[in-house]
Design a protein around this ligand. Sequence first.
Ligand code: NAD
Ligand code: DAU
Length: 333
Amino acid sequence: MKLLVTGGAGFIGSNFIHLVLAERPGWEVVNLDKLTYAGNLANLKHVEGDRRYTFVKADICDAKAVAEAAAGCDVIVNFAAETHVDRSIMEPMAFLRTDMEGTFVLLETVREGTVGKLLQVSTDEVYGSILEGAANEGFPLRPSSPYAASKAGADLLCLSYWTTYRTPVVITRGANNIGPYQYPEKVVPLFATNALDGMPLPMYGDGMQVRDYTHVEDHCRGILLALDKGEPGEVYNIGAGNEMPNIEMARLLLVELGKPESLIEHVKDRPGHDRRYALDSSRLRGLGWEPRYDATKALAATVRWYAENRWWWEPIKSGELYRAYYRRQYEER
Ligand code: NAD
Ligand code: DAU
């Protein structure tokens, strides 16, 4: 089995590559990534020397580069995307391009070439805010942010390719992931690294927004299962059911690090902020998926990783690119 993993230098993609190379000895991985601000080859330094692993620097919107990288591959697993909601509110264009046009290029690559399947990694944000109960795969798509809308557009394009051309595509929709190698713009690594440096934790609004904080390893195992056993044309939700309001997550994180609650600073809310996400993942559970991390264990393991791996995040946070983003996003909030 030879996989083309797109966006493999990001948070979830790199964790997925680690999992595949560790648990599927006969498999090969080609990682195609544009290396945007979120792509980081340091995430993959432990597999650099593995003969089963190759890296290609390219854009998923570049059809020729994708076709070349895809030659001889059995499947494409697409993690490549612009992924941060706040950035999509600032500058939506890159989201439409990569998340929608990029997915179109991958679909065409499968439709026209010899690759057997596309696994499209999507998100629970496509359902919008779920105030009660949990969204199953048949729920209407009501995205709130330009990010979520571009992911929903990509999902619909994938499903249309299955309906129209019978292009084999499987979609997974994951909940909020936490774990190693997450860019410190996302709330858990941001709060953990700020707390470690004694800096405030900017809590949007009242902090009562609920997220299902699923460990990235559980998510990656779910994607692998959907790749093995998922039906073409189907969607599989992947959420551990670790629902928690942000304020509670921040308090637990601070206790874990031995830092005071006074670091929490309430700031202006995110526009269009979804109040709650909740997934019904029984379809994937029916195939045998079972999360290994509950909320407390996932959060504790994640926070410990950032405490022990300053080598990974300090160069990012001290760089001018990150600092400029932080000033723009938080300084006058
Ligand atoms: P990330 O931002 O950490 O990484 C994205 C990767 O894609 C980076 O390596 C980046 O360089 C690459 N990339 C961006 N544009 C590209 C392009 N045009 N061509 C090639 N590579 C490009 O993202 P993540 O958090 O790892 O998310 C991966 C996927 O999982 C995304 O599709 C996202 O929508 C989805 N998802 C994320 C979460 C989450 O909680 N982080 C949850 C559910 C689903
Ligand atoms: O649900 C899956 C999605 O999870 C993925 O599709 C996205 O790619 C990923 O970024 C994530 O989206 P969120 O918007 O939920 O994640 P974020 O880490 O940005 O925010 C999580 C919650 O924390 C949300 O309620 C907003 C809040 N927050 C976030 C930041 C960055 C704060 O209170 N303060 C902050 O500084």
